[in-house]
Write a protein that binds this ligand. Structure first.
Ligand SMILES: [Fe+2]
Ligand SMILES: [Fe+2]
Length: 415
């Protein structure tokens, strides 16, 4: 039996065997077959490295510059004009220069400069409140649903990025940004985990809260809605970069733009409403930092959608524009249903289901306008202006704490 301290055996013979077979459908190769020729005359084993390189690497360039394609031999440089945000051809996406989209590199630098860690936010006051029954029964239900949904949804975003989006993106700087975003979403999940852990809940208690999204139809419906777009792209039978695949990609990106721009802020507003009543203010501070990240994600997502449309104008048909509006309409309906399910008695102190629904419609309209589309609801006034208190302006520290020492310098505008 192998011991964990045993050295890992190097499968040299298997590497040689792999190197001498076509890449697809490789049959198993016996070691003895490498050491003898057909007439059983012993032959010298070829030098390992040159054989491996020569056989595995492709002799011609892949058609599409996807990260899943092998390294493109012979293309050590690429001109800016040939780089495309999706569907780029005949270059290797692993080369960081030239930078075709400097604003996306800026997105990355901004995000990196805003990095924070949940563990630096003191949670002691919230622990006391959680354990001394400060929250009403309604507030308790709302909070549990809220953190359960947000945790599950923050898991969906990186899954979508890694499983379907990164395969399509053919600009190095955007790939770099999206990989950083995946790390940030993991940091958000850690934040939710840390919140419940800080309350003193054991694994069983945490699990009962985290798994709530599976029991409440309005929560699981919202999650499944986004998953449908991911799966549609995963199951797409059309080739990458075909008009059909690009349309599915655009739909998926719009649904996740909804995530970053609408679903998350609406969810955060519920905990900010509690904080306005002096409840769970430490948790609200965690949410503030997450919200700041989600704003940057939304900015980048919008940029990506608009750039794809700019480079592929034939995708942005009148039908597709109506489809985008229908997607946002569905999202708003799901969000309103979520609001009703999490606030079954019409609201909590400082937050009514009605104003929550208005906020969802307002954000839906704003999202559509940000894509140059006609709004659906024409909401005139922001129903929850007090949310500005919780919006993190980079030059202002809202709370004391070491997190403020992280550099904050990002303007949250759309330019
Ligand atoms: Fe997130
Ligand atoms: Fe995000």
């Amino acid at each position: 039996m192998l011991d964990f301290d045993d050295p890992i055996p190097l499968p040299t013979s298997q590497l040689l065997a792999d190197a001498n077979q076509p890449l697809a459908n490789q049959p198993a190769v016996e070691e003895s077959a490498l050491a003898t020729s057909a007439d059983s005359t012993p032959i010298a084993a070829p030098p390992a490295t040159p054989t491996l390189m020569k056989t595995i690497l492709p002799r011609r360039l892949p058609e599409l510059a996807s990260s899943l394609n092998p390294v493109s031999i012979g293309h050590k440089s690429v001109d800016t004009d040939s780089i495309r945000i999706i569907g780029g051809k005949h270059y290797d996406v692993r080369q960081p220069v030239p930078v075709k989209y400097p604003s996306v590199r800026e997105h990355f630098l901004n995000a990196r400069n805003n990095f924070w860690t949940p563990h630096e936010i003191p949670m002691g006051d919230d622990k006391v409140q959680w354990n001394t029954g400060v929250l009403t029964e309604e507030e308790n239900w709302l909070f549990k649903c809220n953190i359960s949904y947000l945790t599950a949804s923050d898991n969906l975003v990186p899954d979508n990025l890694s499983n379907v989006i990164l395969q399509q993106i053919t600009a190095n700087e955007m790939r770099q940004y999206l990989r950083w975003q995946i790390a940030e979403e993991s940091n958000h999940i850690e934040s939710y985990f840390f919140i419940l852990e800080s309350f003193g809940l054991d694994e069983k208690g945490q699990g009962q809260i985290f798994s709530l999204y599976q029991d409440v139809p309005e929560l699981v419906n919202k999650l499944n809605w986004n998953l449908t777009f991911t799966n549609h792209l995963l199951d797409c039978e059309y080739p990458q970069a075909s008009p059909e695949a690009n349309t599915a990609l655009l739909e998926d990106l719009i649904s996740y733009y909804v995530f970053e721009y609408l679903f998350f802020p609406l969810g955060f507003s519920q905990v900010f409403a509690l904080a306005r009543q002096g409840k769970l203010r430490n948790t609200a501070q965690q949410y503030q930092y997450i919200w700041r990240d989600e704003n940057l994600h939304a900015i980048n997502e919008r940029w990506l959608i608009l750039q794809i449309i700019k480079e592929n104008p034939s995708l942005w048909t009148a039908k597709m524009q109506e489809r985008a509006r229908a997607i946002v309409n569905e999202a708003v309906e799901l969000e309103i249903a979520f609001g009703k399910a999490t606030m079954p008695n019409g609201g909590i102190a400082g937050l009514s289901v009605q104003s929550y629904a208005e906020y969802a419609r307002l954000m839906g309209d704003n999202l559509l306008k940000s894509l140059n589309l006609k709004p659906l609801f024409n909401i005139k006034e922001h129903p929850m202006l007090w949310l500005a208190e919780f919006e993190m302006k980079q030059e202002v520290n809202f709370f004391e704490g070491r997190v403020r020492d992280y550099r904050v310098g990002t303007a949250l505008d759309w330019n």
